[in-house]
Design a protein around this ligand. Structure first.
Ligand SMILES: Nc1ncnc2c1ncn2[C@@H]1O[C@H](COP(=O)(O)OP(=O)(O)OP(=O)(O)O)[C@@H](O)[C@H]1O
Ligand SMILES: [Mg+2]
Length: 318
């Protein structure tokens, strides 16, 4: 048996857009990662991070400036047709046939991709069940809410037999109920061996769905690995709030010497972010010893905060 290859290999990918106002813009700035077959992989990052551009390169919609990417062994630049045979993609912008019913949206999409009438009907039933769309099959595309349109669009991708599915912001605009149905369906499809690459800026969604992640900011991967590994990078952050009548200068200096991630002075309160509990305790003890500490609080940063911190920190780095 041959060795199981990675579904996706991305090596030092760069995309420079020529913009009128901002000059050359490095939307993707040396991104590398790989995705195993059957895995759900997340590209996570804030607006403008370069997630969609990366997806567009991998799905042959945009050419990279340099670097390379292979989909099931096929190069996205030199073998775009082979790549397209292996993939389907939900782009960030909504695209469903507004004049057709949900059922006919599925039918036309399935037919277009070469499914027989019988196969289309079977799969249409299965997918509408999976995505909770059964009661909407007769509704016209234009009459659906934004979140439901999105759900139909995502469901269409699972109608056809492509091994690799790209979902750019699949759940954008969905309410919690909608989102839950979609997330469950994506998980179910991955269990059957499909590889899914998705983008999101919601950490909780990435956490729930993805086995591995790359956190992207300013076109670079700032953290990557298994979801647990990435989470633990941020989870160690602690916030320490110290309140004084007036912040003593020597206390501030001592805190700075402890090398925290961040210090912010707001009036008579000092907010310190640290990575380790030991450092938090050391700072607290120093503040007590040097006097005039009135109150303190130590809290753990939420995942969301940790994510923002991670991005801020890297953005500030040279
Ligand atoms: N066709 C284009 N021409 C010029 N600049 C572009 C083009 N497409 C994207 N950009 C710029 O490239 C950067 C990355 O954009 P991209 O759409 O990849 O980000 P994103 O991570 O998907 O963001 P979002 O979360 O908002 O979808 C942004 O600064 C964007 O303005
Ligand atoms: Mg995007």
């Amino acid at each position: 048996m041959t060795k199981r290859q990675n579904a996706i290999e991305v090596d030092n990918l760069v995309k420079v857009y020529q913009t009128k106002n901002r000059g050359p813009l490095r939307a993707v700035d040396g991104i590398s990662f790989s995705v195993r077959q059957g895995e759900i992989f997340g590209l996570l990052g804030p607006n403008g991070a370069g997630k969609s551009t990366t997806i567009k390169i991998l799905t042959t919609l945009v050419l990279p400036t340099s670097g390379s990417a292979r989909i099931l062994g096929h190069d996205v630049v030199t073998q775009p047709l082979e790549v397209r045979r292996q993939i389907c993609v939900v782009v960030q912008e909504n695209a469903i046939e507004l004049y057709l019913s949900v059922r006919n949206n599925f039918r036309t999409f399935g037919k277009f991709h070469g499914l027989s009438t019988r196969e289309v009907e079977l799969r249409c039933d299965r997918v509408s069940e999976l995505f909770g769309l059964r009661e909407h099959l007769g509704e016209k595309g234009s009459d659906l809410s934004g979140g439901l349109k999105r759900r139909v669009q995502v469901a269409k991708m699972f109608l056809i037999h492509k091994p690799i599915v790209f979902l750019d912001e699949a759940t954008t605009g969905m309410d919690t109920f909608n989102k839950r149905a979609t997330v469950a369906a994506i998980k179910e499809e991955s269990r059957k061996g499909r590889t899914v690459i998705l983008t999101t800026h919601m950490l909780d969604e990435a956490e729930e769905l993805c086995a591995s992640l790359a956190i992207v900011n300013h076109g670079k991967v700032i953290a990557g690995g298994s979801t647990d590994q990435v989470k633990s990078l941020g989870l160690k952050l602690l916030y320490l709030t110290l309140s004084f009548d007036k912040v003593p200068e020597r206390t501030l200096k001592a805190i700075q010497r402890a090398n925290p991630v961040k210090i912010e002075v707001r009036g008579a309160t000092v907010e310190v972010t640290v990575r380790e509990e030991d450092v938090a305790l050391k700072i607290l003890n120093t503040a007590k010893r040097l006097g005039s500490l009135k109150q303190f609080e130590i809290t753990s940063a939420s995942l969301e905060d940790a994510f923002v911190e991670m991005i801020d920190k890297k953005a500030g780095a040279p």
